[in-house]
Design a protein around this ligand. Sequence first.
Ligand code: 3PG
Length: 234
Amino acid sequence: MDSISSSLAAVIVYHWRTNSVNAESFLRQRLICITTVDRAEDAVPLAEALFAGGLNVMEITFRTAAAAEAIQRIRQHLPQMSIGAGTLLSPEQVQEAIDFGAQFGVSPGLNEAVLDAAGERDLPFFPGVMTPTEIDRALSLGWKHLKFFPAEPAGGAAMLRALAGPFAHTGVKFVPTGGINAASLPDYLAVPQVAAVGGSWMAERKLVAEKAWQKITALTAEAMKVIAAAQTKS
Ligand code: 3PG
């Protein structure tokens, strides 16, 4: 290996290690609530509703103009909540998410410019993958915690189990999202390479728009119960 290749390999290994440790800290509860907010003023009551249901990790998607301010408000008013930015599609959005306080980032696909921006800024990041080739590419770029998206249309927990098999020895971990709910949650949690599951079913955009905070708390508490039951079984 020449010296440039070995320096590059060292950077990838360093990045892999530091990012993995940081990424894992957001996956301990095994659940991330994915939310889309249309009004920044809904952000804090929404975060409080999730927190009341027992969950302390959430993602706000960059699909509305309110997203960055929503993240900032939650960081300021509910520091116990870990907050990530989702649907990051450009390096500029990665920077904006960091500037407004996002503690981790998520993207639906594997955009290398986005990953470079996250890596340069040490932002724990979950890039989206759906095929063996994409998993392979993500691993070779040094990213080990991957969003499996869209999980249900792609074949669900059975598909993820089959996909994960050839990569299990690499230490890859998945966060499946897309069409998952409390009923399908246990099947995903039973896949050994699944670190956590993500979904919007606890706080769908419509529920947030209706300020249905008690319902959001109840759905979150139900999901946390399902996770606790799954842990007891395993
Ligand atoms: C997303 O990024 O939209 C997530 O995958 C959420 O999917 P869901 O709304 O089907 O839970």
